[in-house]
Design a binder for this molecule. Structure first.
Ligand code: NFK
Length: 299
């Protein structure tokens, strides 16, 4: 299964998406689309962060007989990053296409452009699961928020088909809550300021758990959604479990406002391992993806 890489814009080298199509079957399975983490700024995180889990899902039992037949393709999105203090770049010598100085809403605009490219080429509609790790989970849920602070509706891809399910793994859902939980560690303040600037009202206005349950957030926005899975690890040293708990709470109104009962669900999924171990080893990420697809089949 050869991997292809597409650029969804020529402005920046990070604006690319990898695609592995498993089946051209006219009775299609789901696309699994991954958004990596790295606090909106870590250049060591790439679309390859899905690779270990993808390999397991494609080669290891029981996945090959249980969920693999229901997967049409894997895709993994890279997006422009914000500046990282430990990875400085010379602003004069670095070409703009490689310079990392993205600010919200650049990260999300790129994710949406990547999804638009995929939909344009492959047209899978709502038959996809959007999977995000850490800030990738923030981005995944932001794609289905009705309004988003700092992002003019006019520029959004309003008619992009929404995912049937979102799997958030070790996700950041409420920026200030996370910063306050780790108030002794300045890196948290820095990473949010790097991505969103110093105005903390904007941090709230982009946090899926803060505006999630309101009409402006996920309740009003994610009309096509069926399933939200929030995977969290008690061993996660970077993102504590109150993030997933806050998101579960925010999703309550979205779940209960479904037109028919049982058509929307939120599931909390405990996983094992440290923050990056989950995708690095791939076992827990693969398990969480398989779990999400299995639950989705039942709905
Ligand atoms: N390796 C990252 C740190 C990082 O990824 C992170 C740190 C704290 C909370 C969440 C994180 N990642 C989320 O995407 C960095 O270099 O900034």
């Amino acid at each position: 299964m050869p991997q292809e890489i597409f650029s969804y814009s020529n402005d920046h080298v990070l604006q690319k998406v990898s695609v592995t199509v498993l089946s051209d079957d006219p009775q299609p399975g789901y696309w699994v689309i991954f958004i990596h983490g790295g606090a909106w700024r870590d250049p060591s995180k790439t679309f390859a962060d899905l690779a270990a889990a993808e390999t397991l899902l494609c080669t290891a039992e029981p996945y090959t007989s249980t969920v693999l037949p229901h997967i049409a393709a894997f895709a993994s999105i890279e997006y422009r990053l914000s500046a990282h203090p430990e990875h400085p770049q010379d602003p004069v010598a670095t070409p703009p296409s490689q310079f990392r100085n993205a600010r919200h809403p650049d990260h999300l605009a790129d994710v949406e452009s990547a999804l638009a490219l995929l939909q344009g080429r492959y047209g899978f509609g709502e038959r996809y699961v959007l999977v995000g790790h850490s800030c990738g989970a923030t981005l995944a849920f932001q794609t289905v928020m009705r309004h988003l602070g700092g992002y003019d509706d006019h520029f959004r891809h309003r008619n992009l088909a929404q995912p049937s399910a979102i799997l958030g793994v070790a996700g950041i859902y409420e920026c200030r809550l996370l910063r306050d939980h780790f108030s002794g560690i300045s890196a948290y303040q820095d990473l949010f300021e790097g991505a969103f600037g110093p105005d903390e009202t904007l941090w709230d206005a982009v946090s899926p758990a803060k505006v999630g349950s309101g009409f402006d957030g996920i309740q009003g926005g994610w009309t096509a959604g069926k399933l939200a899975v929030l995977a969290y690890s008690a061993e996660d040293e970077l993102v504590d479990t109150s993030q997933a708990e806050a998101m579960e709470e925010a999703l309550r109104l979205w779940t209960s406002s479904a037109s028919q009962e049982e058509t929307r669900r939120t599931v909390m999924l405990p996983v094992k391992g440290r923050h990056d171990e989950i995708w690095e080893k791939g076992e827990e990420l693969a398990r969480a993806i398989a779990f999400t697809l299995t639950e989705l089949q039942k709905m």
